[in-house]
Design a protein around this ligand. Structure first.
Ligand SMILES: Nc1nc2c(ncn2[C@@H]2O[C@H](COP(=O)(O)OP(=O)(O)O)[C@@H](OP(=O)(O)OP(=O)(O)O)[C@H]2O)c(=O)[nH]1
Length: 183
């Protein structure tokens, strides 16, 4: 318990001032949701996996270093977080290619966190996104999530129900393929 609270406290300080694109909520809410999804759907989950879930964006989006993570949380948590960290200097299409080529070979723990992250993201589509951007994002999250489905059936079902709901919401908003739209 205290280990998880330490991760939440470090993440809250590091992501201070950052907001979610979809809802405008504080970014920490997303990290809480991802760890909550894991604790709800995965039996006997290791605390290191929950800590890494809370810290999964910290190297990508804040100034916290690998050395600090190693010192405070150890090599296992650092390895999980590194596996979930994209190289933000690359263009989006290359980052996506890298994710697709790596995810199949990742550990069960990394796939669980990725699946929970995508569960959160798929039901938080920013209202400012265009039809094309929304359709592309839904397709992309489905591709990556599918590669993680073997990690946990319950979480896979959760992703699919949220994906279906978001697809319906997008179709209602933009119109579906029969009416000439892209979704
Ligand atoms: N769906 C969603 N995404 C949000 C939200 N707030 C932040 N994000 C982040 O934004 C990225 C998706 O937006 P992009 O495709 O980069 O598009 P944008 O910069 O034009 O907004 C994802 O990161 P990523 O590193 O590209 O992908 P991922 O591996 O985290 O999924 C996701 O983590 C939100 O409220 N909803």
């Amino acid at each position: 318990m205290s280990e998880l609270l330490l991760a939440l406290s470090v993440a809250a300080a590091a992501h201070k001032g950052q907001i979610r694109k979809g809802s405008g909520e504080p970014y920490i809410n997303h990290l809480i949701e991802v760890s909550h999804l894991l604790s709800e759907h995965v039996d006997a989950i290791d605390v290191e996996v929950l800590q890494a879930a809370v810290l999964h964006d910290i190297l990508e989006d804040t100034s916290v270093s690998r050395e600090e993570l190693l010192l405070q949380f150890g090599s296992k948590v650092l390895a999980y977080v590194e596996a979930l960290t994209d190289d933000k200097t690359l263009p989006l299409s290359q980052r996506r290619d890298q994710q697709l080529s790596h995810i199949t070979g990742e550990s069960k723990a990394v796939k669980l966190i990725k699946l929970a992250d995508l569960c959160s993201n798929v039901s938080s589509i920013p209202p400012s996104w265009s039809e094309t951007k929304t359709a592309d994002y839904l397709d992309w999250t489905h591709q990556v999530a599918s590669m993680c489905f073997d990690a946990n059936e319950d979480l896979a079902n959760k992703f699919m129900s949220r994906y279906d709901a978001s697809l319906l919401a997008a179709q209602a908003r933009f119109g579906n393929a029969q009416s000439g739209g892209e979704i």
